[in-house]
Design a protein. Sequence first.
Lengths: 238, 238
Amino acid sequence: MSESYELGKQLRQFLRGILNEKEGAAQTYTEWGPRVDLAGLKDIYAPQKVKRFTVRPGGIDNLALHSTDTFRIPGQGEFTVDFSGYFRVARDHPTTNDWTTCEVLVNIIDLRLYGKHKDIGEIAVSLNPDILSTGQIFPAKVANGPKACRIATGAIFELRQLGVSVFNKEPILLMNEGIKSIPPVNDPSGHALLFMVPLFNRADPDGKPMAYLSSLRYGAEDYLTESKAEAFRAGRKL
Amino acid sequence: MSESYELGKQLRQFLRGILNEKEGAAQTYTEWGPRVDLAGLKDIYAPQKVKRFTVRPGGIDNLALHSTDTFRIPGQGEFTVDFSGYFRVARDHPTTNDWTTCEVLVNIIDLRLYGKHKDIGEIAVSLNPDILSTGQIFPAKVANGPKACRIATGAIFELRQLGVSVFNKEPILLMNEGIKSIPPVNDPSGHALLFMVPLFNRADPDGKPMAYLSSLRYGAEDYLTESKAEAFRAGRKL
């Protein structure tokens, strides 16, 4: 390698050091895919009528959300927790006005879930601000048939009783291969395609995994009213 | 948000801008998990006798590898390609000397695969140097039963005829839930757990996906002789 390459490499490492020090964590900003341009997209709240197999212009969906997650904590066991809360999804304008062919880029821009387990206590889930959670709705495989969607999601799980927050470095891939409306409201059939996603301690991000996410199922519910969405954003459990 | 927070954020964005410009790409170095310490680990070559259900000390495995990958290229279709080549896996010392309980940290530190498709031509696969491909072998679920392994892999696919190289930002999760030896030599049952992993153009890393990896099956074969491994490292197709 040339000297100027080496010098550049050292400079980059030095600058990265500054970035990490300022952030107090070894994570730099990660984008797993394209960003939705929020300009011109408006927040959408209840009440809404969502038509099946119909394309709609882009917007920011504020939807109730539930999930059932199983965590494996080495030395402690497996714990299944029911969560409920909300997510806010920036949904880009579709690439065509036709249900079958259109693609739609999406980003999760807010996520708040709460759950409680008798053994490991209360858990709050939020969006990881160091990662762009991004995905898309695909063209349908069959004309006028259901569409598939995928969203690579970066979350933080705050295990309050254990006094630790953990996060995923590999995406939690939320997906649904049978969506019949955009957005897929009142659809309980979402799941995460995963196998033992390692969860790392936010206070020791370069350490070994503290836990694993071994299963996740989810369902998007209906649009929230603006006041309910605001209450979630304010951190209130509803 | 406070002014000093905002200033820090702007400074970080400025520094990131410098980093990206110097590298000629928006990718910074990514680690999906822990790094195996290579000090004290020796390269292992053929001939080897690998005993089933037996723990062995750490080392660097040089193994023949084959895979069958399916790519979806929007507007062009789906293409299934058979690859063969090699990978070099740094395998840490096991956490215990017991097959059932031990965990083993692994990193893929080299990967060379070649394949050819009648329509899209020759494809060369290599390890993405911007990403640490990392994973582990888990404790067995049942005493003396098979073990599971996962490796989050970052690859570069050089589509020579199309004149483009694409890479994954989300891991290609290589896994095998039924390994009966360490390493799992002559085991054709590996697969990647994935759903339409987006592949981005190395020349336009922040653009939209150029292609998707829609399926991948793989099998690790036997240890290579040192000369065959060196030939792969030198870029020769065998």
